[in-house]
Design a protein around this ligand. Structure first.
Ligand code: UDP
Ligand code: MG
Length: 314
C-alpha cells in the first residue's frame, strides 16, 4: 500500500503528517507500506525534513520536483512512483485525516475500485472558499460529460489498475478527480469531516483556484463553446431587431438621432465577440499546450532508505 502526499511549503505539517500517516498505514497493512512525499519545489524547510524522514524511516520515499508544478502535477509525480497495490492520495496538511485509511480499505476489500472522501462538514474554511467550492462543483457537474461527484477533493484510495490508468493518461491539464471518474469501475464515497489545517496557510490563492476551475471545466466539457454559440445566436437575434428598428426609423425619415443606438450596438457586439473569442482561445491554447507534449513534470531526485527504484538520470 502506498500513501502519496504532495507538499508545498508544508514544513510545519510534515512531521505530524508522517507520524499519523505511518500509524494509520501500520494499523491497516502491517509493515508493507510506503509513504511517498513529493516536494513540489518548496521554498521552506520541506525538503530537508523529507530527507530526514526518509533517512530515519525506510517506509518514506522522498521525491523532489525540479520546480513548483502545482498540486495536481505533484500528485501525478507521486502516483507515478508509488509501488503499492493500493494507493491513497492525500494532502499533507492533515485536512484529510489519514486515519480514514482503515474504513477506505474495508470498502475496497468489499469490492470498490476507488473510495473517495466526500466532504460533509468543513471546519475552519472561509465562507468564500466554501461558497466558491460549492458553486464550482455544481457548475462542473452540470457541464461535465462524466459524472464528477460533488464536494470531493483528491483524497481517495485507488486500486493499482486505476492508478496505472491514471498515470497512463498523457494530458497535462490534470484534474485528477475528473480523470478518476472517467476511468469508471466501482467508485464509492466515504463522507468525512474536513479538518482545519494542522499548520500554515492554504497554498491555493484565488489565482490558482481560478486556474484550477478553468482547467477542470475545459478539460471535461465543451459546454462553454456551446455557450459561445448561444451567445452568438442571441446577439444575431438582437441585431435583427436593431436592424428592423433602424429601417423603421429611416422610413419615418428620422435618421439623425441614433448615436446612442449605434454606440449600444457596437459595445454589445464588441463584447459578445470578445467573449466568444476568449472562450475559443481557452481551448486553442490548451490544444497548443498538449501539442507540445512536454513531460508533465521533472523529478530532481528521489531519496529513500527502503527499496531501490528507478531514479532519474543525473
Ligand atoms: N500543494 C502542492 N503544490 C502547490 C500547492 C499545493 O503540492 O502548488 C499541496 C499542499 O502542500 C497540500 C495540497 O497540495 O498538501 C493541498 O493544498 P492546500 O492545502 O494549500 O489547498 P486547500 O486545502 O486550501 O484547498
Ligand atoms: Mg489544505
Amino acid at each position: 500500500m502506498s500513501i502519496v502526499a504532495p507538499c508545498y511549503n508544508e514544513a510545519e505539517c510534515l512531521r505530524e503528517f508522517h507520524r499519523r500517516a505511518a500509524a494509520a498505514a501500520r494499523a491497516s497493512c502491517g509493515e508493507s507500506f510506503e509513504i511517498v512525499l513529493v516536494d513540489d519545489g518548496s521554498r521552506d524547510a520541506t525538503w530537508s525534513i523529507i530527507e530526514a524522514l526518509a533517512e530515519a524511516d525506510p517506509h518514506v520515499v522522498g521525491v523532489r520536483l525540479m520546480r513548483n508544478h502545482g498540486h495536481q502535477l505533484a500528485a501525478s509525480a507521486g502516483l507515478s512512483l508509488a509501488r503499492g497495490d493500493r494507493v491513497m492520495l492525500i494532502d499533507a496538511d492533515l485536512q484529510d485525516p489519514p486515519e480514514l485509511l482503515a474504513p477506505m480499505m474495508a470498502r475496497m476489500d468489499a469490492g470498490a475500485d476507488v473510495v473517495f472522501g466526500q466532504r460533509g462538514v468543513r471546519h475552519a474554511e472561509t465562507w468564500f472558499k466554501k461558497a466558491s467550492a460549492s458553486a464550482f462543483y455544481r457548475l462542473l457537474s452540470n457541464l461535465a460529460a462524466v459524472p464528477i461527484p460533488r464536494d470531493t477533493g483528491d483524497f481517495r484510495l485507488m486500486r493499482r489498475r486505476v492508478v496505472d490508468a491514471l498515470v497512463s493518461m498523457p494530458e497535462r491539464q490534470r484534474f485528477i478527480r475528473g480523470l478518476v471518474s472517467w476511468i469508471g469501475g466501482r467508485q464509492e464515497a466515504l463522507v468525512y469531516e474536513r479538518q482545519a489545517r494542522h499548520a500554515g496557510t492554504s497554498k491555493y490563492p484565488l489565482r490558482k483556484m481560478i486556474r484550477f476551475a478553468v482547467d477542470a471545466i475545459t478539460g471535461f466539457s465543451i459546454g462553454p463553446l456551446r455557450v459561445a454559440t448561444y451567445l452568438g445566436l442571441f446577439a444575431a437575434g438582437l441585431a435583427l431587431l436593431l436592424l428592423a428598428y433602424t429601417l423603421w426609423q429611416w422610413a419615418a425619415g428620422d435618421t439623425v438621432a441614433g448615436w446612442s443606438s449605434v454606440m449600444t450596438a457596437i459595445v454589445l457586439f464588441g463584447a459578445v465577440q470578445l467573449i466568444v473569442l476568449g472562450i475559443q482561445g481557452e481551448y486553442v491554447g490548451r490544444l497548443f499546450q498538449e501539442a507540445k507534449a512536454r513531460p508533465l513534470f521533472l523529478i530532481d531526485r528521489v531519496v529513500t532508505a527502503g527499496n531501490e527504484r528507478a531514479l532519474p538520470a543525473e
